[in-house]
Design a protein around this ligand. Structure first.
Ligand code: ADP
Ligand code: MG
Length: 234
């Protein structure tokens, strides 16, 4: 087993507006490969900022982030975003003019060795994993919010990322759908050794992860295993 964590944060801080807003304050953290980690904390405490920095959508003001031992700023951004990480946002960000299966297949377009036909086969497999195979040829506007969110999960997983970053992935959906979304994510993590960071307000969702990180005012205030480990699915 490798001792290098897949994600390592060293004294990471992020300020906005020339230091007036301290979104993330001096966070150090190690996440081993394959770990599933929930991030909780009140609105505005810096959860999205933290995730965006790990996803290279934003840069720390100070400190550094290493992925597989390598400083994030030295990893080519396109490769990192296309191959290493998968992102699920609170809003689904599906393209309205193409079907769900085409949306899900989109991250694979850059891979020249996969034909369009193969891409769609892979997309349909993912849609069936998240329980909406029957919506494959529908457009985003033709399906429910929960189905759109499940399609967004399928799209984030189709390229088999090593790291999944999910920012309130079950935010706008009912609890049954939230359960299905999480199940799909956790199943993937376990079967493929995928590492996941999942921001959520929902304790039921959070405690399905073995590790729960709590933030407040930009700081990491608690980092530990879920108290009710019996309820843990992983
Ligand atoms: N682009 C930005 N410009 C200025 N302030 C920002 C920006 N993004 C986030 N913030 C501020 O940083 C803090 C943390 O925000 P965020 O990471 O979105 O929190 P959370 O996701 O936990 O709700 C908040 O005070 C927010 O207003
Ligand atoms: Mg947020």
């Amino acid at each position: 087993m490798s001792s290098t964590p897949i994600i390592r944060l060293e004294n990471v801080s992020k300020t906005y507006d020339s230091g007036v807003v301290q979104a993330v304050r001096n966070i150090s953290l190690e996440i081993p490969k394959g770990e599933i980690c929930s991030v909780m904390g009140p609105s505005g405490c810096g959860k999205s900022t933290l995730l965006n920095m790990i996803g290279a959508l934003d840069r720390p003001t100070s400190g550094r982030i290493l992925v597989k031992g390598r400083p994030l700023e030295t990893i080519p951004p396109s490769r990192y975003r296309n191959r290493t990480v998968g992102f699920i946002f609170q809003l689904h960000h599906l393209l309205p003019s193409i079907t769900l299966e085409e949306n899900v297949a989109l991250p694979l377009v850059a891979r020249r060795n996969i034909s369009r036909r193969q891409r769609l086969v892979m997309a349909r497999r993912l849609l069936s994993e998240v329980g909406i195979a029957n919506r494959a040829s529908f457009y985003p506007v033709q399906v429910s919010g929960g189905e759109r969110q499940r399609a967004a999960v399928a799209r984030a997983l189709v390229s088999q990322p090593e790291i999944l970053l999910a920012d309130e992935p079950t935010g706008g959906v009912d609890s049954r759908t939230a359960g299905l979304v999480m199940e799909a994510i956790l199943r993937r993590c376990v079967s493929q050794g995928m590492t996941a960071l999942i921001v959520t307000h929902n304790p039921e969702i959070a405690y399905q992860a073995r590790r729960v990180i709590f933030m407040r005012d930009g700081r990491l205030i608690q980092d530990g295993k879920a108290v009710n480990c019996q309820a843990s699915m992983v």
